[in-house]
Write a protein that binds this ligand. Structure first.
Ligand code: AMP
Length: 447
């Protein structure tokens, strides 16, 4: 399949070739012809599937063919994304595809001053890429007019819901003209998405490339069962094995991740960190240094789980498991990008068994065990008095993977060398957390 066959204009195809892009990905093959025909599209696709081009190319095609100039304060197309990083990524991608054309593209995100954004919008833009919060601020200041917008894209819609943007989205929906083309892309389809889809889309074509929540196949996933107090040294050992490659380490809290980045620095790693306590300038600089290979390890909270597109990232470490299961999929999607291979390594301590189960349930797959064994004494659903704290870190010989079985209560195995050592001494003697029903909460505050 070729881009020509999909109906894109030669000008765009040339722009793609300059980016080294010659053959469409499955989501592009499925979505582009419908989008070019003017249909609404609902796409279920992972990051890394090429979905930015899937919505961006038909939109650019239409905007280029109808060269009408945008009116002051208005945008002919609006692309909404959950995070600043993703918004910038989309802005950069669309700018590259439209290089040399007359199309003006604007970027509106939080964390930077209002004035340049207001001035940019005063003249109107062909495409506006925005995060919902800042867009609402600018709408309140009457700096943006959405009443003439012809195209709308909601990217990573599930993450927008997770981050609590539902009210912003509802409000934005009321400001847009009814007659428009809308595309919604999401990696997962939580229940609330039906409401969003119903409010925004008209008779959409549904396209899907991966079953919901299923991680990209090229990512080699594994989990090590490691006590909390042993995680730092364990991570250092793992990072040490691949000193020349880029790695992202994900954790939950701003403070925890800041502390970890200092500890890794003290161990001699070139580290940058991004989390909610960092200014936009600091985040941009951290990502630029990481992209350039000046720092090899990026320590991050879930603010970085989406949008980051750095093909050289070989390893993603889940130093702490996310408590929103879908975020696991997004975190590990930072590797194995643009056709490359990657590995996602999770470190699971006794208090994270609930998170691990939630993640495996959401992915409908077990994560292969690299070392150690699932911690015992963590009840499945309703908490009962737990067994021995931390359980017995017995493991599987050689740390082989095992799938789809219940591993609790298996005795007699030898310990795989490294993880057993790490897991055998639960420093701090953690108690298993009460593993209640799956917890879901927005990560915005924590990250
Ligand atoms: P996305 O899923 O939009 O975040 O894209 C992931 C990565 O795939 C980006 O680095 C794109 O430049 C790249 N990409 C998008 N479409 C193609 C394609 N048809 N062939 C090869 N790479 C692509």
């Amino acid at each position: 399949m070729q881009f020509e066959t999909l109906g894109l204009s030669p000008r765009l195809i040339n722009a793609l070739q300059e980016q080294g892009i010659t053959d469409p990905t499955p989501i592009q093959t499925q979505a582009i012809p419908h989008a070019l025909a003017g249909r609404d599209v609902m796409g279920l696709a992972q990051t890394g599937s090429g979905k930015t081009a899937a919505f961006g190319l038909p939109m650019l095609d239409a905007l280029m063919k109808n060269g009408r100039k945008a009116e002051p304060k208005s945008a002919r197309a609006l692309v909404l994304a959950p995070t600043r990083e993703l918004a910038r990524q989309i802005f950069d991608t669309l700018s590259a595809y439209s290089a040399g054309s007359h199309l003006k593209i604007g970027l509106i995100t939080g964390g930077v001053g209002f004035t340049p954004q207001i001035e940019r919008m005063a003249r109107g833009v062909a495409i506006l890429v925005a995060t919902p919060g800042r867009l609402i601020d600018l709408l309140d200041r009457r700096a943006v007019d959405l009443s003439k917008t012809e195209f709308l894209v909601l990217d990573e819609a599930d993450q927008m819901l997770d981050l609590g943007f539902i009210h912003s989205l509802r409000r934005i929906a009321t400001l847009l003209p009814k007659a428009r083309q809308t595309m919604l892309f999401s990696a997962t389809m939580p229940k609330q998405m039906e409401e969003i889809a119903g409010a925004f889309l008209t008779d959409p074509v549904r396209v899907q490339v991966n079953p919901p929540g299923k991680a990209v196949d090229r990512i080699e996933q594994s989990v090590h069962f490691v006590a909390k107090g042993a995680k730092m040294d364990f991570l250092v050992e793992l990072l040490d094995k691949h000193r020349d490659e880029l790695a992202i380490v994900f954790g939950r809290t701003k403070h925890g991740m800041e502390k970890l980045s200092k500890q890794l620095e003290a161990k001699g790693f070139a580290v940058a960190s991004i989390h909610g306590n960092k200014s936009q300038g600091q985040r941009d600089r951290a990502i630029a240094a990481f992209r350039a290979g000046e720092v090899r390890v990026l320590v991050a909270t879930d603010v970085a789980a989406r949008g980051l597109d750095i093909p050289e990232v070989r390893h993603v470490y889940n130093y702490e498991l996310p408590n929103v299961p879908e975020n696991y999929v997004h975190r590990i999607g930072r590797t194995a990008r643009a056709g490359m291979d990657g590995a996602a390594i999770a470190l699971c301590s006794p208090d994270e068994m609930g998170e691990l189960r939630d993640i495996e349930k959401a992915m409908k797959a077990k994560i292969p065990v690299a070392s150690g064994a699932p911690w015992e004494g963590v009840p499945e659903a309703k908490a009962k008095p737990a067994g021995r704290p931390g359980g017995r870190p017995g493991g599987r010989p050689g740390g082989q993977e095992h799938r789809g079985q219940d591993h609790r209560g298996q005795g007699g195995q030898r310990r795989p060398a490294q993880a057993a050592n790490a897991g055998a001494k639960p420093a701090g003697g953690q108690k298993p957390r009460r593993a209640g029903p799956p917890r879901r909460r927005a990560t915005a505050g924590a990250a």
